[in-house]
Design a protein around this ligand. Sequence first.
Ligand code: ADP
Ligand code: MG
Length: 311
Amino acid sequence: MPLREFDLIDRYFSPIGSSENGVLCGIGDDAAVVQVADDEDLVVCVDTLVSGVHFFSDVQPYDLGYKSLAVNLSDIAAMAAKPRWATLSLTLPEANEDWLGKFAEGFSDLAAEHNVSLIGGDTTKGPLSVSVQVLGSVKSGRLLKRSGARAGDLIYVSGDIGGPALACRQLGGGLQGLTLSETTYQRFHRPQVRVDLGQIIPEYASAAIDISDGLAADIEHLLKASGVGARIQTDKIPLSKSFELIKGQPDYWQLALAGGDDYELCFSIPEDLQKDFEGRVNDLPMPAPVLARSVKKRELYGKQKQVTRFR
Ligand code: ADP
Ligand code: MG
């Protein structure tokens, strides 16, 4: 059986990781965090997008530039950090100036929106792939990991999910005959990353993750890292409106929960902070109603490994 991504990382790379040398959060979270000064920590993440694997080869260059930065900003947001610098490693089959101009514009527009400076990178020739690293900072003690949720905490998701998976399926030639909204395509091409919310939640939240692989996998990561479980009622999940179009299709839930590319935040808040938190985020494109309450693992499945149950 081929090694799964997470097993591969666990076996070969986690052992090289370290908790010394100022490493506050190493391999296994949305981003790494190292202490650089007494009162400030540096948060680092990198994501690579490969043509034909992570994006369609006919992608609009503007969207590719935008999204390659966005997926990293989402990881930084999940750590409650402020993004500050980026490096860009670009592998190009040819130097097409029209293409490059639009790619740079997409990258630059999002960078400007979040005050991120491009400080370096690498350019090589080869099959198209884009690797972006983002560095951010967080005040010491404000860092939000995946591992802080406690039994009884309320679990939120920051917006509706599943739309990008539908758009991706249709752009790949599936879901023939359906008309998806422009917003749905937009969410796939240019994810709205929750950096602002990421700056607010550390006052309240006990753990956070961004949803890149799909709600099912990512909520499982948060729960596992925290040593808790959750029963999730599927009717509480804030699905993109476009799902009404595919009601009754056999892979409805598969697309909604495992399609990925949502780039929403999923986070836990202790119940006694619920009121304060919801008051604070009233004006934002707000986290949907609470998704679930985390429970002690043994309340869920006894000794089984899985920590999420959908029903
Ligand atoms: P995300 O989906 O949040 O971007 P990933 O699933 O890509 O995170 O990675 C999970 C964790 O494993 C992260 O902490 C990441 O830094 C780490 N990781 C992934 N690949 C490697 C590698 N080749 N060497 C070291 N760490 C890695
Ligand atoms: Mg992530």
